[in-house]
Design a protein around this ligand. Structure first.
Ligand code: ADP
Ligand code: MG
Length: 496
């Protein structure tokens, strides 16, 4: 192992790209580079995801899913029932709205559905950013703000968009915060996350809050479906492709949901025998069993706002990959003088190095890694770097991104294997699609291929031929509108 690492950082190569005046400094630095190599070596070892480890992760994911389906709190995964019993069929017709609240922006959207032949006749959307004072205000202020913007948007309805006579406008509400769902159109907020600190909402039904605010605005509209963004993504993708059984988000955070048979959900059996399927929101970010973690992961977790929680998310999602790399680089710099002395302040700042920076560095195919040099200078304040140092940074990034991508792949394989073993060949024995959304998957080609590699290794060449990963950009908005349609209060009329 150390021989391999040593040979990828030949000290001679460093000097060849240096001007004469810097020779002395470079010599010192190349020995720092050699001293830092064991850290890289160690990092590779600790982040390694060989097949047996992936297999353990996939199996543990499947076992944890079963535990969470049996009883709340029995496993790390919450396995939250979505109460979506009616997926869009394609027959839906009419005008439906969606509202997507999950971050610092919210989106409003309308879609005119034309049934089997015409499908989505037209759709349009608007994005509104939420002012800080609203994010830190009261429940009424937040929902009044949302309802007012929604009302504005509804007022601009026209052209191909037309509400059927005698009908109230219906809306699907994508709400990506932890909710205890109680039916398709109600759910209690457990707690705000992602920088929201709105007072008085926790413990309340967010649908009732929105309905009340719409009423205060004089907006005659009602919420037909409350959905998590993964659930919206699955519904939206399933509308176009009936083989979509799983949806995964790999963006700032991560989550996954899938279609489960109701009789495999023991914790719902008290509701009486239920036939058919529902979508289960796994909340897989909370998984942690058997993950190959490093001191950098542990330190980042300890200093996070939710220590000990969301370990899978902290290992595989976009918010964290850059930060893990930064921590590894900071150690190499501190203990082995990587980069000399000029950088320290910036490199010590949590979250200065972002996942898109790693991505840009990994796309640099130039001989002198000029793009890497620029990022080092602009982002972490390293004014001078040797080629060997730049290569080392790319190697550290690759190590963390490879681990993340491969573990994400193992998670997906775990879900598919669980579904397969309950269905006797109905999942891997035929075409099955995984809908995928999120900026990390979309923009990071190496992450994407590491993820697929792991899936192929775990599922085997034959079964993995049947699995397609479909990228669905922002599908959760339309998905929520489609769920509002599929769960319309007027559904009995429209299905005929
Ligand atoms: P969110 O998950 O917040 O809803 P997105 O799905 O758009 O938003 O994902 C945004 C995340 O995707 C960013 O936080 C970042 O981690 C990752 N990302 C965005 N652009 C890139 C990029 N060029 N390379 C790698 N990762 C990226
Ligand atoms: Mg998103």
């Amino acid at each position: 192992m150390s021989a391999a690492v040593g040979s990828s950082f030949p000290a001679v190569a460093v000097g060849q790209h240096r001007r004469r005046g810097r020779a002395a400094a470079v010599q010192v630095r190349s020995s720092a580079m050699a001293a830092a190599a064991p850290i890289l070596d160690d990092l590779r070892l600790r982040c390694a995801t060989p097949l047996p480890l992936l297999r353990h992760v996939a199996d543990a994911m499947a076992a944890d899913m079963r535990a969470g389906l049996a009883a709340d709190g029995a496993g790390e995964l919450k396995m939250i029932p979505s109460y979506v019993y009616s997926l869009p069929t394609g027959d839906e017709t009419g005008l439906f709205y969606a509202l997507d609240l999950g971050g610092t922006n919210f989106r409003v959207l309308r879609v005119q559905l034309g049934g089997k032949d015409r499908r989505v006749i037209d759709s349009e959307s608007e994005q509104v950013s939420i002012p800080k004072e609203i994010m830190h205000g009261t429940t009424e202020e937040l929902f009044d703000f949302i309802a007012a913007r929604l009302s504005n948007f509804v007022a601009k309805e026209g052209g191909t968009f037309r509400i059927q006579k005698g009908r109230k406008r219906e809306i699907g509400f994508t709400f990506s915060f932890p909710v205890k769902q109680t039916s398709i159109d109600s759910g209690i907020l457990i707690k705000w996350t992602k920088g929201f600190a709105v007072s008085g909402t926790a413990g309340k039904d967010v649908v009732a809050c929105l309905n009340a605010a719409m009423e205060r605005q004089g907006l005659d509209m009602s919420v037909s479906a409350l959905v998590n963004d993964t659930v919206g993504t699955l519904a939206g993708a399933h509308y176009w492709d009936k083989d979509v059984m799983v949806a995964v988000i790999l963006g700032t955070g991560t989550n996954a949901c899938y279609i489960e048979k109701n009789d495999f959900i023991p914790k719902l059996l008290h509701l009486g025998p239920v036939t058919g399927n529902t979508i289960i929101n796994t909340e897989w970010g909370a998984f942690s069993d058997g993950l190959p973690l490093t001191e950098f992961d542990r330190d980042m977790d300890a200093e996070s706002i939710n220590p000990g929680e969301q370990i899978f998310e902290k290992t595989i999602s976009g918010m964290y990959l850059g930060e893990i790399v930064r921590r590894a680089l900071a150690k190499m710099a501190q203990e082995h003088d990587l980069f000399g002395h000029s950088f320290a302040d910036k490199l010590a700042q949590p979250f200065v190095l972002r996942t898109p920076h790693l991505c840009a560095m990994q796309q640099d195919r130039s001989n002198d890694l000029g793009e890497v040099e620029l990022i080092l200078r602009d982002v972490i304040g390293v004014n001078e770097s040797s080629l060997a140092e730049r290569r080392a940074i790319v190697d550290v990034s690759d190590c963390i991104v490879k681990r993340g991508g491969r573990l994400a792949g193992a998670g997906i394989a775990g879900i598919l294997q669980k579904m397969e073993s309950d269905s006797n060949g109905q999942v891997l024995g035929r075409r099955t699609a995984v809908a995928m959304d999120g900026g990390l998957y979309e923009n990071y080609p190496q992450y994407r291929s590491y993820m697929t590699d792991a899936m192929v290794e775990l599922l085997g060449p034959q079964d993995s031929e049947h699995v397609v990963v479909e990228h669905t950009k922002d599908g959760s908005g339309i998905g929520a509108a489609l769920l509002a349609a599929a769960n319309s209060k007027y559904a009995a009329q429209s299905s005929t």
